[in-house]
Design a protein around this ligand. Structure first.
Ligand SMILES: [Zn+2]
Length: 589
């Protein structure tokens, strides 16, 4: 990992007058040790990749290069094989044997910390991610977890990924269901949306949720019909105490799972991962790992909005600046819930019953307009990049209003290059996309929904809204640079699958969720390379195969631009290279 510290106004060595001497000493030492060559980068001649489909991503249409050469972690040549060989005769030749080489994938929204945490939780996902088909399967897995891990009575047990819409019962498990197998352990099961979950009776009791509890602002404690008795399902802000507790319990294991989590991202071809909402504690944890040289790939964190003011006051936290492979790019705001959980905030009601709601059920915003306005003013004033989780069109309206309000108050141009990112933007209306373009905002879409919940969205929202979910084609036509993400743990990290869903938009049942919004495989790759780099202000470092950029590559067994569209999902990552070093290689290939 090459150390990359961009120029800072306040030099970190300010209070260390001996730094110059130390550097001189290091220089002299390296001369003395010169013939031993302790630094591997000295005299390295690099690697020359050839004989494959090398797609540079430098243009609006695919450009193939015959060869790419890297040295010391940077790309030093892109062009013809003949020229590469004559200019870099000492470079190690890597024969791609017909495989495809692309810039490493850049993850624009997932939750590295949560992915890490799932390694300490029971996997309750439906197929194809897990094996759960009904509530009994969930109970069996929970019971097995307690038995196999010898978990004592009274200890918390957590699960993740259950999806009521994919269960045979088509409903959430209740506390009574879970009590049947785990009466003596507090339990909390995270819904696949990440916006709600179910606790058992002991779990509710530990967090003092009872029939006397009132719904918190922006959240719902769901009750059994015609009673005040909680079912165990807690949504949005009502789930926060459960998630907080779960993170506390699991964070202690972060170091244990850190390496495995990086390997998991790398095995998916990702050279820049994201932690989509990071507490100050976790920022410290990641920076410590980075400074100890433990990062194999880069990680970009988005700080949590509740700590925005503290973060901006903290001079040790330098936003938008990589240090040893880690940077905090900006601030994440959560403005509404999830459409499949029916907690996203829409201008028109859901067409089906919404748990805990009886009239004009349009979902709900997580924050008031005033609170969002306030965050925008604070963020824009300090040029802090804002990333707003926003699914329903009514929330998009709130964000646009907050943007206009902040620009007015601060007397800033509406279209300043601040790249405010609307994360998900799933049900943005056509005219809202035009406003994004006008205001230099960018959407980060989530086309995996077409597969996982496309059928459900059609039922809940009707075809018109459902077919326009994550409208990649419309956004591209307007000149936006949309990205596309997995929001893992909500859907699997796999960027190849994300390309597949953007290109095909096929649901679980086989319905095409909005044919007009399908995009080409090349555009789908741009979303996770070039556009992704732009979104994170990394366009000078990453996203294309260009001289001077980092040698972050992914090698695929087949070219997504040349296989049948429906076969894209079967393409395998063969190797992932971060700054010239192999960080993943498929065995037996
Ligand atoms: Zn997320």
């Amino acid at each position: 990992m090459i150390k990359r510290i961009t120029k800072q106004k306040h030099t970190p060595f300010k209070n260390q007058p001996n730094m110059k001497r130390i550097l001189t000493l290091l220089f002299v030492t390296s001369i003395l040790l010169g013939c031993k060559n302790t630094d591997k980068s000295v005299n390295q001649t690099g690697q020359l990749f050839f004989n494959g489909d090398i797609i540079t991503m430098e243009s609006e249409n695919a450009i193939y290069a015959e060869a790419v050469v890297e040295n010391n972690g940077k790309i030093i040549f892109v062009g013809s094989k003949k020229e590469a060989e004559s200019q870099f005769s000492k470079a190690k030749k890597i024969d791609l044997q017909g495989k495809t080489l692309l810039p490493g994938f850049i993850d624009t929204h997932s939750h590295f910390g949560m992915v890490s945490n799932t390694m300490g939780q029971v996997d309750l996902n439906p197929e194809p991610v897990g094996t759960v088909k009904n509530i009994d399967d969930i109970l069996t897995l929970l019971k097995k977890c307690k038995e196999e891990n010898n978990i004592a009575d009274g200890e918390w047990i957590f699960g993740w990924g259950y999806d009521d819409g994919q269960l045979v019962e088509n409903s959430h498990p209740t506390r009574k269901d879970i009590d049947k197998v785990l009466p003596n352990n507090p339990v909390y099961l995270q819904h696949t949306s990440g916006h709600m979950g179910v606790a058992n009776t002991l779990g509710l009791a530990e967090l003092k949720v009872s029939s006397e509890s009132k719904n918190p602002d922006g959240g719902t404690i769901v009750r059994f019909k015609n009673t005040q008795d909680p079912t165990g399902l807690v949504q949005e802000t009502a789930m926060y105490p459960f998630v907080r507790l779960m993170m506390e319990k699991l964070d202690s294991k972060q170091a244990k799972f850190f390496d495995t989590t990086q390997d998991y991202y790398a095995s998916n071809g990702i050279t820049t991962a994201q932690d989509g909402m990071t507490s100050r504690e976790s920022i410290k944890f990641f920076q410590t790992q980075a400074d100890a040289g433990k990062f194999k790939i880069d990680l970009v964190a988005l700080a949590g909005y509740s700590e925005l003011e503290n973060n901006l006051k903290d001079t040790s936290l330098v936003f938008k600046t990589y240090k040893n492979g880690f940077k905090v790019q900006g601030t994440k705001i959560v403005a509404d819930g999830s459409p499949q959980g029916k907690t996203a905030f829409f201008s028109k009601p859901f067409l089906t019953e919404v748990p805990g709601c009886h009239h004009d059920c349009r979902g709900l915003p997580s924050l008031t307009q005033e609170a969002i306005n306030n965050l925008f003013v604070i963020g824009y004033e300090k040029d802090n990049q804002l990333f707003i989780h926003c699914n329903g069109d009514a929330t998009v309206d709130m964000i646009i209003e907050a943007h206009e309000n902040a620009c007015k108050i601060l007397d800033q141009p509406l279209n300043k290059d601040r790249r405010t990112i609307i994360i998900h933007a799933q049900f943005a209306r056509p005219e809202q996309l035009e406003t994004f373009k006008k205001y230099n905002m960018e959407p980060s879409f989530f086309t995996n929904h077409a597969f996982f919940w496309g059928d459900i969205h059609v039922k809940n929202l009707g075809k018109e809204r459902a077919y326009f979910l994550s409208p990649m084609a419309s956004a591209i036509k307007l000149g936006l640079k949309p990205t596309n993400h997995s929001d893992a743990t909500v859907t699997p990290i796999d960027p190849i699958f994300t390309i597949w869903t953007a290109v095909n938009r096929v649901s679980r049942s086989g319905e095409i969720i909005g044919e007009a919004e399908r995009i080409s495989p090349y555009q789908a790759i741009q979303a996770i390379t070039t556009n992704a780099a732009y979104e994170l202000f990394d366009e000078d470092l990453k996203g294309t195969l260009s001289e001077g950029k980092l040698a972050d590559f992914v090698i695929l067994d087949k070219n997504p631009l040349k296989v049948a569209a429906m076969d894209i999902k079967n393409i395998k990552v063969v190797e992932t290279i971060k700054e010239g070093k192999t960080v993943y290689k498929k065995v037996n290939f």
